[in-house]
Write a protein that binds this ligand. Structure first.
Ligand code: ATP
Length: 503
């Protein structure tokens, strides 16, 4: 029986193994309850979000959680060959409903498989299911009737031979005539109209019926237009764009050394690659550190405004550069993240778009130190351990020590007394170091000693520098080689103030 930390307290667990980890990613977000409200609105009303705060406080966690609360995608996007102008493939958007009805059509084109008793006797005979002598039904591959012992195929073969003789194709018809027919095509009357119907043997004991509609559908499928599904119906609803390149964000058309030659090359529609804006269609496009993609912000804005964005070949040297697919849908919820200092670098019209159709949220870096919130830190510990998968669970005492550390961090980093830090990635770092110590010890749980060690040693490099050198300036002064001490970088003359008594 697991303990729900949203209702119970730290005293109710012995180790973090006892803690219930919520399935809903939103419930896994610790300490941002007031934001969760907006997140739910964003998912339901498809609003954009700007999350502002320092690294490691759960911005991407929140963006991912939105995607889990969205409806399943409804549209599939395909690049379709344009026979008149191959370098201008069409875009085709199909809804889930259309695809389901197509699937049904396809199934119909596959035909219904029925029992041999359900087809006309003459058909069952010709396909080898019915014995023409005694009229019993059995497996089509049994050439000798198990009921009357006669040769089931004799009549069929005789009929074929006769027909062959008549047509002067004796030799031809003789070969392979020892098996029943695989397919019989005949006509039947339906609603006063004569229609073609085809019966196909399926294995030894089934018959597939293909009516006129199914036969037409089959022909249609065979002749179907060539296409390339670029955004499939079954897809991830959370897309994180790193902004590493225009191509990643906006899509591209791959190069073909044969320039898309119809016989040698790969056709342009096959080389179309979607960008993150297209892959996020109907889902969430998350851009962390939005100012780092400064030159690309205007594209995101344009995609948000138009809800379509063309895919073009982006390398001017490539054969893809002449290819363009217009109107590729990209209707996404935009979630941008940055820290306070960088707000000023966000493109004003992009911010205005977020403000006009969404929410800007300043994230908290601490939460009050209450019994409820301490229980949430314990839940966080259980989650991190589960996610990491390489470290053991923690005892309650170890969690208490981590909570003390969370308090100290709130006080020293954010000047908040009686508070717990929400810079949880850093706190997770302490936990993982303790977990690694426990693993190296072969210990079943992370205990007090492991946590004490981690709290003491999982210290940022800045704090380590201050501890060792007392100040940054001091550290920089000492942290250079003697050749670097030759000068201050501008002049190449030796720095005479450096102590060389070691020589
Ligand atoms: N509020 C939180 N609740 C639960 N876990 C959290 C929270 N904040 C951070 N974490 C943990 O820290 C990790 C990093 O968080 P996340 O990537 O969401 O931070 P971020 O704010 O997006 O940081 P960055 O801007 O550096 O990407 C998460 O995977 C999670 O393990």
């Amino acid at each position: 029986m697991y303990v729900n930390m949203k209702k119970e307290f730290l005293g109710d667990i012995n180790t973090t193994k006892d803690i219930l980890i919520p399935k809903d990613p939103l419930e896994r977000v610790i300490g941002h309850e007031e934001i969760i409200k907006f997140v739910k609105i964003a998912a339901k009303q498809r609003r954009n979000l700007l999350l502002v705060g320092p690294p490691g406080i759960g911005k991407s966690l929140i963006a991912q959680a939105i995607s889990v609360h969205l409806k399943k995608p409804d549209e599939e996007i395909t690049a379709v060959h344009n026979p008149e102008r191959p370098e201008r493939p069409f875009v085709e958007v199909k809804t889930r409903k259309e695809m389901e009805s197509e699937k049904k059509d396809l199934e119909r084109a596959e035909g219904d498989v029925v029992d041999p008793h359900d087809v006309p006797e003459a058909v069952a005979e010709r396909l080898g299911f019915r014995c023409p002598h005694c009229g019993s039904y059995n497996n089509a591959y049994q050439s000798v009737c198990p009921n009357c012992g006669s040769d089931k195929y004799a009549q069929i073969n005789a009929r074929r031979k006769h027909l062959g003789d008549l047509l002067g194709m004796f030799e031809q018809m003789n070969s392979g005539a020892d098996i029943p027919k695989e397919r019989v095509t005949t006509t039947r009357m339906r609603n006063g109209r004569e229609e073609v119907v085809s019966y196909e043997r399926v294995g030894g004991d089934g018959i597939k019926i293909l009516d006129q509609h199914a036969l037409e559908k089959r022909r249609e499928i065979v002749e179907n237009k060539p296409k390339n599904v670029i955004v499939p119906l079954k897809r991830n609803m959370f897309i994180q764009a790193t902004g590493a390149s225009e191509t990643e964000l906006l899509g591209d058309v791959r190069h073909d050394p044969y320039g898309g030659h119809p016989d040698l090359g790969t056709q342009p529609y096959e080389r179309v690659v979607p960008g993150a804006v297209h892959e996020a269609h109907e889902g969430v496009l998350f851009v962390d550190e939005i100012v780092h993609i400064a030159p690309l912000q205007r594209y995101i804005l344009s995609a948000m405004q138009d809800k379509v964005f063309p895919i073009v070949g982006r390398n001017p040297q490539s054969a893809g550069s002449s290819v363009r697919v217009d109107n590729v849908p990209c209707d996404f919820i935009f979630v941008g993240a940055c820290n306070i200092r960088d707000i000023q670098y966000i493109l004003p019209p992009l911010r205005s778009r977020i403000q006009g159709e969404g929410y800007e949220i300043l994230m908290k870096t601490t939460m009050p130190d209450t019994e409820d919130n301490e229980a949430k830190i314990a839940q966080f510990v259980a989650q991190e351990i589960e996610m990491d998968g390489k470290i053991p669970h923690a005892t309650r005492r170890a969690v208490e020590l981590l909570i003390d550390n969370a308090k100290r961090r709130a006080e020293t980093i954010d000047d908040q007394k009686n508070a717990l830090t929400l810079r949880l990635r850093d706190l997770g770092g302490v936990l993982k170091m303790a977990g690694d110590m426990a693993t190296m010890d072969g210990s079943e749980f992370i205990g007090e000693n492991h946590m004490r060690f981690a709290v003491k040693n999982a210290v940022s490099i800045e704090d380590q520098i201050i501890e060792r050198y007392k100040s940054f300036e001091n550290a920089i002064e000492k942290d250079i080689s003697s050749s670097q001490r030759m000068g201050n970088g501008k002049s190449r003359t030796p720095n005479e103030n450096v102590d060389r008594s070691y020589m």
